[in-house]
Write a protein that binds this ligand. Structure first.
Ligand code: RIB
Ligand code: CA
Length: 316
């Protein structure tokens, strides 16, 4: 009993978070930061097909929570986008999705509930609204909001990594997470749930250079593991600069004032074969529509890098 009360007291007043992810090397950094931040209560990690298939992203999420020694449930999610076939990003993250570090095979397994069932239970049972942090394709989030629309009333906001006000990184106009599942992204942006979009614009802004990676390596066991992953990460290069896309979502949740943002109407292209998955951000309000997203346009680069390194320093 006392232990239970102790846990309750410890998590009281913390911001409740669900991470939906396709680990993924940059996902691993964002997950580490979230799990060790004292102000957050990470209730659940759900996995989705994206960087690699969902069996691998699930295994990778289990490897990470075991590596960090955190008792956070992992629930397996969608094994493919709503309509398109999965085109993964194993050329960026390696065949395993976390190439570069030999994790022990995890003892723990995913919980029995699949992702949207687990998310729905946690959201509906929570005494305070929950923040969702999707850092992969939005398949699970679209399914959650479509199958259980009642959850919308207890979601504080969706802080997602994805999209771009300019060009893409999977196709000329499609950022990977949005272009992998454009139909899901369209459902989420039309859902009416408050959205913060941390897109490529920000990711290109704050690269990690060799001196930054060396500092991270020397921090602790987590920093050493992340450095090993960085050596295989093709989201930039260890020498030219690494793009920490998913860390911008957790950075916004923890330090929103680092970001320049604008409330805009965002639409997702779902039909053109040329621009499918493009997030069309109406920065000048040509369409006169009510904004449906807070769009991150930039970040204070030096501040972000110091924040990131200090956040990793809090890990084991
Ligand atoms: O475009 C970057 C996004 O695609 C990141 O979430 C990265 O992990 C990949 O999923
Ligand atoms: Ca990701």
């Amino acid at each position: 009993m006392l232990g239970e009360v102790d846990v309750r007291v410890k998590t009281f007043n913390k911001r409740k978070l669900i991470i939906d992810t396709d680990p993924g090397i940059d996902d691993a950094v964002a997950i580490a930061i979230a799990l060790f931040d004292e102000t957050l209560d990470v209730k659940l990690i759900t996995t989705v097909a994206g960087n690699v298939n969902v069996d691998k992203t699930t295994q990778n999420a289990l490897k990470l929570v075991e590596f960090f020694g955190k008792n956070v449930p992992v629930a397996k999610g969608a094994d493919k986008p709503l309509v398109l076939e999965l085109e993964d990003a194993s050329e960026i993250h390696g065949k395993s999705g976390l190439d570069g570090y030999e994790f022990k095979l995890p003892n723990r397994k995913p919980i029995e509930d699949r992702a949207i069932v687990a998310m729905k239970k946690i959201i509906m049972e929570s005494d305070i609204p929950i923040t969702l942090m999707p850092i992969g394709p939005l398949t699970n989030i679209a399914l959650l909001l479509s199958v259980y629309p009642e959850v919308k009333g207890n979601i504080q906001e969706i802080v997602l990594m994805g999209g771009s006000t300019t060009r893409g990184n999977k196709t000329p106009m499609g950022e990977f997470n949005m272009a992998t599942d454009p139909e899901a992204a369209d459902i989420v942006f039309r859902s009416g749930v408050p959205i913060v979009m941390c897109g490529l614009d920000v990711g290109e802004d704050a690269l990690l250079y060799p001196e930054d990676s060396e500092r991270i390596k020397r921090l602790n066991k987590t920093g050493d593991m992340i450095y090993s992953l960085f050596k295989h990460y093709r989201g930039g290069s260890l020498h030219k600069g690494l793009k920490m896309y998913d860390s911008f979502a957790i950075a916004y949740i923890l330090e929103p004032e680092m970001f320049e943002t604008q409330d805009c109407y965002v639409a997702v292209e779902t039909s053109s074969p040329l621009t499918k998955g493009c997030t069309v951000v109406d920065l000048n309000n040509y369409w006169g529509k009510e904004p449906n997203a807070k769009v991150c346009l930039g970040v204070d680069e030096d501040r972000f890098k110091e924040w990131l390194i200090n956040a990793i320093a809090k890990c084991i």
